[in-house]
Design a binder for this molecule. Structure first.
Ligand code: SAM
Length: 298
């Protein structure tokens, strides 16, 4: 139930999510907190003042961005210690999620002061919620490296994970990143391109990675704005009878040690048959591993 008055508590840092496009997505609680704190630490004070003006909130703004976060944190902690209440906001969405703020939050918590989340918009979760992905787990990665070599290295490390991969991407790199996703993960995975969420040109498009670059290139407007990319995870080999837990265990061990040792340990811990796990390990280690099954049981 919404409380009409929810004044900020003294000495508390509120981590406040703001809209990712549509200003109507601000929460009632966020408005209450932004109205009642003594000061707001913002990634970009000009940007945040537009938001505050829209809601007729007059608040003291202080800059906290990636270049001054360490110095600003010390000052903000002094303010909290003197009993002031503060809000932390970023340009869009949830602070500290691919945005500044984590250092401040860590330092405030270290100082034994209360940190309170005020949840709201987040691009990754919004995209996931509207993509219709039935796989239960996803891995939020955020921004891939800017260089193609860095991107490919990261993607190679993510390639065998059986979780939907969630990336943030900017219009400057969308084509290059899509080409690298296709090259490293293969064209057979599903990708959902969620663009300009909550805004006028919101687009949510799902295709195979194979076809995604052509789709983007077919219309320049599709390359504009802000993107969340959701790529289906590696398919876990369905080796008869091997439980999901044992498969996951094997996958983790394979990343850390030689195949035989990983199989032996996984068999000992899980109680699964060594031979079956060995077969599974070979599939997982194959450069382009595909699930075992009809027509694919080499
Ligand atoms: N803290 C934010 C959050 O909670 O989602 C993310 C900030 S990050 C600096 C900005 C990136 O988030 C953009 O480059 C884009 O990848 C994604 N993003 C933000 N707003 C978006 C939107 N309306 N539609 C799609 N992606 C968006």
């Amino acid at each position: 139930m919404h409380q009409q008055n929810n004044p900020a508590v003294k000495g508390t840092l509120y981590v406040v999510a703001t809209p990712i496009g549509n200003l109507q997505d601000i929460t009632l609680r966020a408005l209450d907190i932004l109205r009642s704190v003594d000061a707001i630490a913002a990634e970009d004070t000009r940007n945040t003042s537009h938001l505050l003006n829209h809601f007729a909130i007059g608040a003291k703004l202080m800059a906290l961005h990636e270049h001054n976060e360490y110095q600003a944190a010390a000052r903000l902690i002094e303010m909290l210690q003197s009993g002031k209440s503060l809000a932390l906001v970023s340009d869009a969405g949830t602070p500290a999620v691919s945005d500044p703020g984590a250092h401040l939050v860590a330092k405030v918590r270290e100082a034994g002061l209360p940190v309170v989340p005020v949840p709201g918009a987040n691009a990754a979760v919004s995209a996931f919620s509207a993509a219709g992905i039935t796989a239960p787990h996803f891995l939020f990665y955020g921004f891939l490296p800017h260089s193609s070599s860095g991107r490919k290295r990261e993607l190679a490390a993510l390639k065998n994970l059986p979780y939907t991969l969630v990336f943030y991407e900017s219009p400057h790199r969308i084509l290059a990143s899509m080409a690298d996703l296709r090259e490293v993960l293969g064209g057979g995975r599903t990708v959902t391109i969620a663009r300009e969420l909550t805004k006028l040109f919101e687009t949510i498009h799902t295709s195979m990675l194979e076809a995604a670059l052509d789709w983007l290139e077919a219309d320049q407007n599709r390359q504009k704005g802000e993107f969340v990319l959701l790529v289906s995870g590696a398919e876990i080999a369905e080796t008869d009878g091997v439980g999901e837990e044992a498969q996951r265990m094997l996958q983790i061990l394979l990343a850390e040690m030689p195949l035989k040792q990983a199989v032996k340990l996984a068999a000992e811990i899980s109680g699964e048959k060594k031979n079956t796990l060995y077969e599974l390990a070979l599939q997982l280690k194959a450069p382009d591993h595909k699930p075992a099954g009809p027509g694919n049981d080499s």
